[in-house]
Design a protein around this ligand. Structure first.
Ligand SMILES: CC(C)(COP(=O)(O)OP(=O)(O)OC[C@H]1O[C@@H](n2cnc3c(N)ncnc32)[C@H](O)[C@@H]1OP(=O)(O)O)[C@@H](O)C(=O)NCCC(=O)NCCS
Length: 169
């Protein structure tokens, strides 16, 4: 797809995003963080309609272990593409834009967590030059939709993937 436009999300995107992904993801919180300069919520649009997101976080990670081991490395979260728009290069474009912004901030690497069996995403990251940072998964938390309909933080395990960024990569 050649007409994919990736830009920072605005307040007007919150309703379409909730519609697209349901309420399981706290986009209003990500928007508040973006407004406070703590990260950027990128949104991919095709013909004006949102089809995907990724959040690049400038704040240190929540996990003390990652804070210690990957200091100053921005993390990517919430890479999501609408099921109808997959395998058309939307995630590739979102990642490329997030990486370009991270490079412009003078950072030399980017990291992210991926669920142990999310082989689609692992294929995508490998193709874009990411590699597993350790041979073992780490303990982390994830945001999940709870039985009462609210979102909450639950324990999880994931691989950490990392990409070294060179200018033009
Ligand atoms: C993973 C995800 C973000 C990929 O988005 P996408 O826009 O379809 O990805 P792209 O079209 O940019 O894919 C680029 C490459 O990644 C790999 N890839 C992506 N999806 C794949 C799949 N379902 N199976 C195998 N390889 C896949 C392929 O190598 C693909 O290149 P190709 O289509 O030329 O073969 C999307 O499937 C998604 O939103 N999944 C649910 C949420 C999720 O798992 N997010 C990742 C959290 S870590």
């Amino acid at each position: 797809m050649s007409d994919i436009n990736v830009v920072p999300a605005t307040q007007d995107d919150l309703e379409p995003l909730a519609h697209m992904h349901g309420r399981a993801i706290d986009f209003p919180d990500l928007m508040r963080r973006q407004n406070a300069g703590l990260g950027v919520l990128l949104i991919a649009r095709v013909k004006g309609l949102p089809v995907g997101t990724v959040y690049a976080r400038w704040e240190p990670p929540d996990e003390p272990y990652l804070q210690r081991m990957l200091p100053g490395t921005p993390l990517l979260y919430r890479l999501l593409v609408h099921p109808y728009c997959r395998r058309r290069g939307v995630a590739t474009k979102l990642l490329a834009e997030a990486e370009a912004r991270i490079r412009r901030r003078g950072r030399g690497a980017v990291a992210l967590g991926v669920a142990l069996k999310n082989f689609d995403a692992i294929d995508l990251y490998t193709k874009r030059g990411y590699a597993a940072w350790r041979r073992y998964p780490i303990r982390t938390t994830t945001t999940a939709l709870l039985a009462d309909g609210t979102t909450g933080t639950v324990p999880d395990r994931c691989w950490i993937f990392i990409k070294r960024l060179r200018s033009g990569s």
